[in-house]
Design a protein. Structure first.
Length: 231
């Protein structure tokens, strides 16, 4: 057609929308899986990665199972779902979330990431290193949790983030958002907790001992890292 414009550059490539959910997974349980599957559907994700932390300085070391056992429990819980559990932080050597996310963005340019966190973590977000940098790096989805939602809105983090909150009915369009951008996800409450599992069976991790593990993301064999942690 006369006068029509044609693209002469390379075709636009779609980056795979991928969620990132960090945690101790001590152990992983059905609540993690249920929330993740709902987030995958709500945000129209190709898949979601569970970042199994080598350790968290905001949590006591006592009662923290070895990383290989926590990764094994996460892989077991993620089976037959578009969820991949990884201990990639042990390989990256990162201690803080901001450093982990920066390296993931550089390492996987074919993916578009969104950081997923519970409202309980939003409460303590100002204690994380360069938490504003996290918000500037990628969109954030906050999963409402009973007992934390009002506190989260009242905390200092929301004093800065409130201006960047997007309507929940636009959540499937997060790949078009320019960070900072925040959206709240509200699902039916799930009362399952890792604390209750540990109280019922403090030696839960023994069932995973002695298993050879290969990380599903890096394909590297898991090596127990130093217990530094991530915030």
């Amino acid at each position: 057609m006369a006068g029509a414009r044609h693209r002469t550059g390379p075709p636009l490539t779609r980056r795979s929308p991928t969620g990132l959910l960090g945690g101790s997974f001590n152990p992983a349980h059905g609540g993690h899986r249920a929330i993740s599957l709902k987030a995958i559907d709500a945000l129209d994700l190709d898949e979601l990665w569970w970042l199994v932390s080598p350790g968290n300085p905001l949590k006591p070391a006592a009662g923290m199972a070895p990383l290989p056992a926590r990764l094994a429990s996460a892989r077991h819980m993620a089976r037959r779902a578009p969820i991949r559990a990884t201990a990639i932080e042990a390989e990256l050597g990162t201690r803080y979330t901001i450093d982990t996310l920066k390296k993931l963005v550089r390492r996987y340019p074919d993916r578009q990431f969104i950081w997923i966190m519970g409202a309980d973590n939003l409460v303590q977000l100002p204690r994380w290193r360069d938490w504003r940098g996290i918000a500037r790096l990628m969109p954030i989805a906050v999963v409402a949790r009973p007992g934390y939602n009002d506190r989260a809105h009242a905390r200092r983090a929301m004093g800065w983030l409130r201006r960047f909150v997007r309507p929940a009915d636009q959540k499937k369009h997060w790949t078009d958002w320019r960070p900072p951008a925040l959206v709240f996800l509200r699902f039916s409450p799930d009362v399952r907790s890792a604390t209750a599992i540990r109280q019922a069976n403090p030696r839960w991790f023994e069932r995973y001992e002695g298993r050879a593990l290969r990380d599903p993301i890096t394909r590297s064999r898991l090596v127990e890292p130093t217990k530094k942690g991530r915030i």
